[in-house]
Ligand binder design. Structure first.
Ligand code: GAP
Length: 515
């Protein structure tokens, strides 16, 4: 099955099993806006919870806030978003389709990267353990030729972006003979800048005085609260402030399902440090964050760092954590060293001091900031696309297929399914009594409809890690069967031991300790 087909299957699975629905569907939807269904909201909450625990609860020097979406519009002038938060757009004159010029170039570069990856794969298959990837990358003529092209394009692109040379970007697209991915046409307009912020009105009078912006990042709510939080939480630099919340961007080229949305959620943390120590902290948070990702147990080869060539207007170093989504390696999280840009600009524009008095140095300064910023919806897509598996099963000489979401158990929307083997003979009543007890400890589902095999498949499809089956023996020996989603193995345990056993299975404590 091609990656594209697999991705289509994941999208329909999300809809069929209550994970993600197109927004406003009965009115034909709204481009790049999605709603989360009953299972989706549980998974989303569990991801948020895991992030919050790992960032706020485990680190004594990180505290949380929840700032408002509406903010004084001067904030966006100070932060540079009014003037700089633009995407370079280009239209195809024949197809009338609009694209981000930088994305067209990045996708072109990705083709050379894919060629290199394919050559490496071939080498591995041919030479097995003898294959030295580093040496191959440094010497193979095909790889060197493709890498030289990548470097040349990236260098030209960086110069254009640094100088805001829109004509240069257009020339690069023309020189590389980049065609409209849909129509194949190379008939392009000029490139122009487009601001990504949505605006709205606060007062009833439609003039510029009441104009507000929907925040394009949660970070500014943290910056403007820096002193409030530092003083009330009695934190000393270095310390961090974390926040989870909605952000809005008028993404013109919205695509790839929930990967690029107009309304999405971010989980951000700004870590305030002494000037001059930011690179140390930048490396520290890069390592912490990649460990957090890898703790989920998905294939480690699907993650990589990508250092930014073009730095945002506020950063002196930046890297993305990229994940191998069904449509290739793409950013899921950014780690940015933002210098003292934001606090400095807010001091300037508000006229209020945003300084920290460092008792050890006996001086005041504007702290530098290292930020970690992850998109919750992208993380959701990462979890779902890594968990989705179609397995061929052999049983009693018959072949069957099961679709299973192998979501890490502590993130699964439904943790336990309580299933009486049959409805009669008092099994349903017994199972319901167990469900009534368990629902205070776990997110449980009770299901008595259809044959047990079909119910297992239904639970596999939504990713329930443990099915609890109550059978006739349960009536006599107060035991039941736990069926494990991934191995499909079954284990008999005492009803009295069930809660403790499941708490152990679903605990995140040991995972958090290893981060
Ligand atoms: N405060 C820094 C900041 O906002 P960013 O790289 O623009 O940095 C951070 O965004 C993360 O937010 C990205 O890594 C991505 O996961 C998520 N994100 C950004 N734009 C998004 C969009 N349109 N839809 C979904 N997620 C998005």
């Amino acid at each position: 099955m091609s990656q594209q087909d697999n991705f289509k299957d994941i999208i329909s699975h999300c809809k069929e099993y209550g994970y993600v629905f197109p927004s406003s569907e009965i009115y034909d939807g709204l481009a790049a806006v999605y709603d989360y269904g009953p299972n989706g909201v549980e998974l989303k909450n569990n991801i948020k919870n895991y992030w919050w625990k790992a960032m706020v609860h485990v680190n004594e020097n990180v505290v949380g806030i929840d700032s408002a979406i509406f903010m004084n519009p001067k904030i966006w002038k100070a932060s540079g978003h009014v003037d700089n938060f633009n995407d370079p757009l280009i239209d195809n004159k024949d197809s009338k389709k609009r694209y981000r010029a930088d994305v067209l170039i990045e996708d072109h570069v990705a083709k050379y990267e894919a060629k290199i990856a394919k050559d490496v794969e071939k080498g591995k298959n041919r030479f097995g353990d003898q294959f030295d990837v580093e040496q191959f990358l440094a010497t193979n003529p095909n790889v060197l030729r493709n890498q030289a092209k990548i470097d040349e394009i990236n260098q030209r692109f960086k110069i254009c972006m640094d100088n805001e040379d829109l004509a240069g970007i257009k020339a690069l697209i023309v020189d590389l003979e980049i065609a409209d991915p849909e129509s194949g046409s190379k008939n392009w307009t000029d490139v122009r800048q487009f601001n990504l912020m949505f605006s709205t009105q606060m007062s009833s009078v439609a003039d510029d005085a009441g104009k507000l912006f929907l925040r394009p990042e949660t970070a500014q709510g943290i910056f403007v609260n820096f002193l409030n939080v530092q003083k009330t939480s009695r934190q000393k630099v270095p310390f961090g402030i974390a926040q989870i919340g909605k952000a809005f961007r008028n993404e013109i080229v919205a695509r790839q399902f929930i990967f690029r949305m107009k309304e999405f959620e971010q989980m951000e943390m700004q870590f305030f440090v002494r000037p001059g120590t930011e690179m140390e902290w930048y490396e520290h948070w890069k390592e912490k964050r990649i460990n957090w990702h890898k703790s989920l147990g998905f294939d480690a080869n699907n993650y990589r760092f990508h250092d930014h060539i073009k730095l945002a207007h506020y950063a002196n170093a930046a890297a993305d954590i990229e994940f191998n989504f069904p449509f290739g390696f793409k950013e899921v999280e950014g780690i940015h060293s933002r210098t003292d840009f934001d606090l400095g600009r807010h001091e300037e524009h508000s006229g209020k001091k945003l300084r920290y008095f460092d008792p050890e140095l006996n001086e005041s300064y504007v702290p530098y900031v290292v930020e970690t910023s992850i998109g919750l919806d992208r993380m959701f897509l990462l979890v779902l696309s890594s968990s989705y598996q179609v397995e061929q099963l052999e049983q009693d000489g018959k072949t069957s297929e099961r679709v299973v979401l192998k979501i890490p158990s502590f993130l699964a929307p439904v943790q336990l399914a309580i299933l009486p083997l049959v409805k009669r003979d008092g099994l349903a009543e017994k199972a319901m009594a167990i469900f009534e007890d368990l629902k205070y400890h776990f997110n449980c589902q009770y299901d008595e409809k259809d044959a047990i095999g079909r119910r297992y498949r239904r639970q596999d499809a939504i990713g329930t890690p443990y099915c609890i089956t109550i059978d006739h023996d349960s009536l006599n020996d107060d035991s039941l069967t736990v069926r494990y989603r991934d191995s499909m193995e079954q284990k008999r345990i005492k009803i009295s031991e069930l809660v403790d056993e499941m708490k152990k299975e679903l605990s995140v404590e040991n995972i958090l300790k290893q981060l």
